[in-house]
Write a protein that binds this ligand. Structure first.
Ligand code: PRT
Ligand code: ZN
Length: 214
């Protein structure tokens, strides 16, 4: 019998982690997780887990360091890695949205013409604005984007929104949705036949879990 394992990269700790681990456990896959463990081999399914920062996952899957990964579609599309999207997983749902100070009057997207927008997602933001015929300047910052308008760095922001609470508490209002996201299962584009057959077994189990939830 072959002892090939498929290798999957999941977020070590963050907004994707709990639901990713829960999904694989619901698939009947036994493995250890948590603490400082960065790798774990399942005792009852041919799979090895790597626990990583989410931003590194698409690159590892493109390079074949990992065969599969669980990642937010927002991160995947922003970084434009060449991987296969196997399926939508239905958790970590959020949206990338444009927001401006609450007391500003907003009419339509032309509001952003010639303005500065702070974001950690310059590619998605620029692609959206271009498709709408708006020319604005994006300033890439890696975190605490919501603070940018109040410190005079930009007139608006484009950031991930879930409940809207963070925008509210920073005196901002959401004015346009740029991109809808959720967690997706991705795979390397050239899996061996053996790994493809393990992936088929895995997606079969994920499908049954998802059917049970509907
Ligand atoms: O440490 P590591 O690099 O692995 O994690 P990370 O800090 O980069 O990412 P993490 O764990 O915060 O998010 C992982 C993924 O979860 C994101 O790429 C999204 O696909 C998804 N997701 C779902 C979210 C949110 N909801 C979310 N609310 N990602 C971020 N947020 C942040 C957002 O940036 C903003 O600051 O939460 C704030 C807004 O939330 P609300 O509820 O106040 O609107
Ligand atoms: Zn990250």
């Amino acid at each position: 019998m072959s002892n090939t394992n498929i290798r999957i990269a999941v977020q070590k700790s963050g907004r994707l982690s709990d639901d990713s681990l829960k999904l694989f456990k619901e698939c009947g896959i036994k493995f250890e997780s948590g603490g400082s463990k960065l790798r774990s081999i399942s005792s009852n399914f041919p799979i090895e887990f790597l626990f990583l920062r989410d931003d590194d996952i698409p690159g590892y899957v493109e390079d074949g360091v990992a065969d599969l990964g669980v990642i937010g579609l927002n991160v995947l599309e922003e970084n434009r890695k060449d991987v296969e999207i196997v399926k939508e997983l239905g958790f970590s749902k959020c949206r990338l949205s444009l927001a401006i100070p609450r007391n500003e009057v907003y009419t339509d997207l032309s509001y952003f013409e010639g303005k500065n927008i702070a974001t950690s997602y310059p590619n998605l933001t620029n692609t959206f604005l271009k498709s709408k015929g708006v020319s604005a300047h994006t300033h890439e910052i890696s975190g605490s984007v919501e603070i940018a308008p109040s410190i005079g760095l930009a007139e608006g922001i484009c950031d991930i929104v879930s409940t809207g609470g963070t925008l509210l508490s920073n005196g901002l209002k959401e004015v346009a949705e740029v991109f809808k996201s959720q967690a997706v299962l991705i795979s390397n584009k050239s899996l061996t036949a053996e790994k493809t057959s393990i992936l088929d077994k895995l997606t079969f189990r994920i499908d049954s879990v998802q059917r049970g939830q509907n």
